[in-house]
Design a binder for this molecule. Structure first.
Ligand code: FAD
Ligand code: NAI
Length: 476
């Protein structure tokens, strides 16, 4: 007999597990199919984000930053530390411990909310009487499942390049790059995107000589240009070697390491020899072997499940959320889509303003933004005003030795509505929430400027940048 559910979610990453929790809160009989196995072959919830993405990368970023501060920056506070060293195995074990705590936490939340975890690979088998038929292929066999509604949340995996075999020992994607057993002396990175910069920073801080090779001529092309320029200056000053506009050629792996042939932007043939290589050139959606055809669906030519603004597919009772659909591949975007879909199924009328989804790159300083860049506004032909304020003029930032970067506020020239905010700062990931909230409420730059901000605090720079939109910053 097939098990029957109101809602079956396929995938327990941040999109899927949050959808399942919200569905259960709303009274639906809910199951979540998840096939993830840890390196010890134990089933685990949490998807990419918890196991090999957001959480482990942030743990290693924090550890490596701690080391860098103690070893190299304590001096500016008058503190001398001699012979600072680290134990990489312990650092990796700490990261693994955090991952395990978090994934076990979701198991607890599933039990608490009475969500059935169907362990194994889920795929569609057909439709009958308006219900969706699925099967779950687990370690102990194949189980049939019937669902009134299905939410596809199968996420994404690292894109690999043709001719570059990833073994996750010498040539690594995010999985191997989060678990090196030693610090490579020379580390190559293909792709100066989010993963390349975050993980490149981790290993640079721990002592690797890191070279990042990027195909596009413009650094961080998705960011506001001023942010990209500032970040390039700061990261290269920290010691990251970044080469823009390259064309990657043959990559040879040997017992000694990796040799990457490439053309530099001036067309010259070059070779980068390194001990390990990280390939971080984007991610692709997981739709293979889902058997979408059995329910009359098909992935688009890039592998995404086509959906509308409410994440509904061509089938009224099948939705898709998170990395497997259009939009930014960000955990919080998937989570919000999960909540939205569960609430739609409960007859509510939620919606997501995709323009208000914040982006963060967890380098040091961090980079965060929400809304439009100045270049996007120019292309749209929208008249805007810009205000910018540096952290170097902020007392808290100076006290914290975190005076690099700035806040830039873009507002409509006529209405003063905030259209975009761009931050380069030590705590940009936390600062950005204030402006995301402001933009959700369609605040004007003056609204932000009139709100009393605590002194001294990094957030004062947001207020000053909002004042600068009207050319009346106070501390400049
Ligand atoms: P996933 O997390 O990929 O989860 C999908 C799940 O579905 C997986 O567990 C998979 O096993 C399962 N699955 C797939 N197919 C099936 C099937 N047929 N049957 C059963 N189960 C299946 N985002 C941020 O917002 N902030 C960050 O700081 C951040 N850092 C990142 C760092 C790295 C190194 C990486 C790689 C990514 C990072 N991301 C970050 C992106 C973030 O991890 C993803 O956007 C997020 O995990 C997407 O969530 P998801 O639920 O859609 O998919
Ligand atoms: P990315 O899209 O951020 O960056 C990939 C980079 O590789 C781009 O700059 C691209 O131009 C470059 N590239 C592509 N092909 C290339 C080639 N052949 N040679 C050289 N360069 C090439 O992708 P990344 O870093 O792999 O991360 C994947 C996704 O994971 C991100 O887009 C993001 O959605 C998510 N993520 C989010 C994080 C966060 O929110 N802090 C952290 C890490 C990942």
């Amino acid at each position: 007999m097939a098990q029957e559910f109101d809602i079956v979610v396929i995938g327990a990453g941040p999109a899927g597990y949050i959808a399942a929790i919200r569905a259960a809160q709303l009274g639906f009989k809910t199951a979540c199919v998840e096939k993830w196995l840890t390196p010890q072959s134990e089933p685990a919830l949490g998807g990419t984000c918890l196991n090999v993405g957001c959480i482990p990368s942030k743990a290693l970023l924090a550890s490596s930053e701690e080391f860098e501060n103690i070893a190299h920056h304590a001096d500016s506070h008058g503190i001398s530390v001699k012979g600072a060293s680290f134990d990489l195995a312990k650092m990796i074990a700490r990261k693994d411990g955090i991952v395990s705590k978090m994934t076990k936490g979701i198991e607890f939340l599933f039990r608490k909310n009475k969500i059935t975890w169907l362990k194994g690979h889920g795929r569609f088998t057909g439709e009958a009487d308006g219900q969706v038929l699925l099967e779950v292929q687990g370690s102990s066999g194949t189980e049939a499942v019937v669902a009134k509604n299905v939410i596809i949340a199968t996420g994404s995996k690292a894109r690999h390049l043709p001719g570059i075999a990833v073994d996750n020992k010498i040539v690594c994607d995010n999985e191997g790059a989060l678990a090196f057993d030693s610090v490579p002396k020379r580390l190559g990175v293909i792709g100066a995107g989010v993963i390349g910069l975050e993980l490149g920073s981790v290993w640079r801080r721990l002592g690797s000589d890191v070279t990042v090779l990027e195909a596009t001529p413009q650094f961080l092309a998705a960011c506001d240009e001023a942010v990209g320029k500032e970040a390039f200056k700061l990261f290269t000053a920290q010691g990251l070697k970044i080469e823009m506009g390259v064309a990657i050629g043959e990559v040879k792996t040997s017992a000694k390491g990796v040799s990457i042939a490439y053309k530099s932007s001036d067309g010259k043939a070059q070779t980068l020899d390194c001990d390990r290589l990280i390939v971080s050139v984007g991610r692709v959606p997981n739709t293979e072997n889902l058997n979408l055809e059995a329910v009359g669906l098909a992935a688009d030519d890039r592998g995404f499940v086509p959906v509308d603004d409410h994440c509904r597919s061509n089938k009224p009772n099948i939705f898709a959320i998170g990395d497997v659909v259009r939009g930014p591949m960000l955990a919080h975007k998937g989570e919000d889509e999960g909540v939205m879909v569960a609430e739609i199924l409960a007859g509510q009328k939620p919606h997501i303003d995709y323009n208000c989804i914040p982006w963060v790159i967890y380098t040091m300083p961090e980079i965060a933004w929400v809304g439009k860049t100045e270049q996007q506004l120019k292309v749209e032909g929208r008249a805007y005003k810009a205000g910018q304020f540096p952290f170097a003029a902020n007392g808290r930032a100076l006290g914290m030795d975190a005076a690099e970067g700035f806040v830039k506020v873009l507002a409509d020239a006529t209405t003063d509505e905030v259209l975009g905010v761009h931050i380069v700062a030590a705590s940009a990931s936390d600062l950005i929430s204030e402006v995301a909230l402001a933009m959700e409420f369609k605040a004007s730059a003056e609204d932000i400027a009139r709100v009393c901000h605590p002194h001294p605090s990094m957030s004062e720079v947001i207020r000053e940048a909002a004042l600068a939109v009207d050319k009346r910053a106070l501390n400049m």
